[in-house]
Design a protein around this ligand. Sequence first.
Ligand code: ATP
Ligand code: MG
Length: 244
Amino acid sequence: MKIIAIYSSKGGVGKTATAVNLSYSCARSGRKTLLCDIDPQGAAGYYYRIKPKESFNRKLFLKGDLAPFIRGTDFENLDLLPAHFSFRNLDIALDGQGRSTNELKRIFAGLKDEYDVLILDCPPNMTLLSENIIMAADLIVTPVIPTTLSILSFAQLIKLADKLEVKRKKLVAFFSMVDKRKNMHTDTILKFGKKKMFLVSEIPYLADVEKMGIYRQPVAASAPSSSAAIAYEQLWLEVWRRGM
Ligand SMILES: Nc1ncnc2c1ncn2[C@@H]1O[C@H](COP(=O)(O)OP(=O)(O)OP(=O)(O)O)[C@@H](O)[C@H]1O
Ligand SMILES: [Mg+2]
């Protein structure tokens, strides 16, 4: 089982939109896929119209007792583990468990015979939970809005990965919410886009992505021939080639 984390310490860069759409493409490619939402905002579950069971909580998650709380989606090969509100304190709980950076890896190990790919929708943090995410993932995919602060947060991720002695090959970024009418966007892409860590695929700023909040489906399900659906499919193919 490959673990792909959609992670950035920066909020609102398109992590959830990416996790939702890539998990759909992954499942469509025939791989048994689990989208695991570890952000207490629960947005990935919202997009797939799935709420966590009342009986689920952070303690059970940390015990690795996940199977009873995994739900099927409307789509073949795609299951979802919705986030629980109590996940907002995951960091404090991890801190109380000896500050280990390998807890997430242990928690997900129990799923390895069930799924080909586990995609993680991560909260915007740079904490002990982030360190666990970096250690557990085979590939960390970071959406970067082509602006200064978004680039800065990717640089900070590289620094954290170096501190954890994780291979840089594990980290990839792509430009998210790209608006080519903005000079800042075109200049930033020109400057950083050629770096090896940046994927060629970009996700433009598109209304169809925002509309996922209305249709509550991946774009490829509600608008299969849209530019947004095509862009996410290309991103998925490149992520898969890079990571595996
Ligand atoms: N390519 C895009 N084009 C237009 N809107 C987008 C795009 N990607 C994301 N959005 C919108 O931007 C907002 C933030 O996106 P999203 O929730 O995916 O970011 P996030 O990084 O997961 O945020 P958070 O850090 O809060 O979890 C949402 O309203 C989403 O619909
Ligand atoms: Mg999110």
